[in-house]
Design a protein around this ligand. Structure first.
Ligand code: ASP
Ligand code: MG
Length: 408
């Protein structure tokens, strides 16, 4: 007997028929003698609807109320999934985040899980119930409903698997695994049988939407065995997220290519090249809880420098006004400009650690297409570039080919 957490995304619970399918799969796992915890997202499109509704009443919704509203989608699907299970003769019980007691901090809309009380779930599992838990939501220490950031049900699934010591966390989605890149952009993209946790983390942080990044962080930290599978197929082994040290096979140089249009570039022009400038620019940005991704600063010959960084597109205007109102005069910057017509493309692979020439190959491939690189950032297993948004798909296609990712 194993304890398995199965997380189903929005498309997997999009209508009653699909929910019945979920229930049938859960029933099969029960019949094999396993204990099953099910985590569900809201029906696809529901959370977006709730977001739009909130914004109709308040352009920048009050965070506490916003979480109260957008957490409701999952309350519907846990109830429906439990009904479908009960109809199949399976003992099932739905739970909100608060009922489990998924305790989070109080940073509404991007709360972090602090602790999960496994008491109630364990008792119900031992009594033969399937526990159906609402993804995406938690509760802070004052009882306020919080949400974990868009796509947060993945994190709920993995965190529950960690807390319960589950044997496996299965993430069911509308694709049958993790691909070398998005097949909608590159039809030749190939499903990976396995990928290391480190690579998955980079891919997720660079824009791959298969798993929410926090869920991957969690899986790494608590060594949760994680598998991505299609909820529309009964066969298929999906993609297993492995740990590098457990991996005996030779690693390809590049495992995948991620991309996103979610970032915007902010450049602070003509600032004095003196100690403390980076702090004076980014301090107020951090204080406003705006995440910064890439950062570039060059030393200028004339004693001034340009300072460039990227933030999420949705936060560009907020960041620009902070800089213009509070920072520009203090640091005597000539000008502050924002550009949201950029995209980020990243190649990821643990094989990079032991190969040279990967960056030059990437840059040559882009140069041959006349694509200008605006920013570069690297880690041990990743090279990311910021380019003009309109060349993004072209860049992904030529890189996929150059690194021979279509071949197994
Ligand atoms: N329903 C939430 C969202 O759309 C959480 C999730 O789907 O994981 O972001
Ligand atoms: Mg999702």
């Amino acid at each position: 007997m194993a304890l398995i957490v199965q997380k189903y995304g929005g498309t997997s619970v999009a209508n009653p028929e699909r929910i019945r399918n979920v229930a049938r799969r859960v029933a099969r796992y029960k019949a094999m003698g396993h204990q099953v915890v099910v985590v569900v997202s809201a029906m696809s499109g529901e959370t977006n609807k709730l977001v739009a509704l909130s914004k109709e009443l308040m352009a920048e919704p009050d965070p506490r109320e916003y979480d109260m509203i957008i957490a409701t989608g999952e309350q519907v699907t846990v109830g429906l999934t439990a009904l479908a299970l009960i109809e199949l003769g399976i003992k099932a019980k739905s739970y909100t985040g608060a009922q489990v007691k998924i305790l989070t901090d109080d940073s509404h809309t991007k709360a972090r899980i602090i602790h999960i009380d496994q008491h109630n779930l364990k008792a119900d599992l031992d009594a033969g119930y399937v526990c159906v838990v609402a993804g995406f939501q938690g509760v802070d220490e004052n009882g306020n409903i919080t949400t974990l950031g868009r796509g947060g049900s993945d994190t709920t699934g993995v965190a529950l698997a960690a807390a319960l010591g589950a044997d496996e966390c299965q993430i069911y989605t509308d694709v049958d695994g993790v691909y070398t890149t998005d097949p909608r952009v590159v039809p030749e993209a190939r499903r990976l049988k396995s990928i290391t946790f480190e690579e998955m983390l980079e891919l997720a942080s660079q824009g791959s939407k298969v798993l929410q990044i926090r869920s991957v962080e969690f899986a790494g930290k608590y060594k949760v065995k994680l598998r991505v599978l299609s909820s529309f197929e009964d066969e298929g082994e999906g993609t297993l997220i492995t740990f590098e040290e457990d991996n005996t096979m030779e690693q390809p140089v590049i495992s995948g290519i991620a991309f996103n249009r979610d970032e915007a570039k902010i450049t602070v022009l003509g600032v004095p090249d003196t100690p403390g400038i980076a702090y004076q620019i980014l301090g107020p940005i951090a204080d406003a809880n705006v995440d910064v991704d890439m950062i570039i600063q060059n030393t200028g010959a004339d004693g001034t420098t340009d300072f460039t960084f990227t933030v999420h597109k949705n936060e560009m205007n907020k960041a620009l006004s902070i800089l213009r109102d509070k920072v520009q005069n203090n640091i005597k910057a000539r000008e502050i400009i924002g550009d949201d017509k950029v995209a980020k493309v990243a190649i990821v692979g643990v094989g990079m650690k032991s190969h040279v020439g990967v960056a030059s190959k990437m840059f040559r491939t882009l140069a041959e297409e006349g694509i200008n690189i605006q920013m570069i950032s690297t880690s041990e297993i990743k090279i990311a570039v910021v380019i003009d948004e309109k060349y993004m798909e072209l860049a992904v296609r030529v890189l996929h080919k150059a690194f021979e990712l279509e071949e197994a």
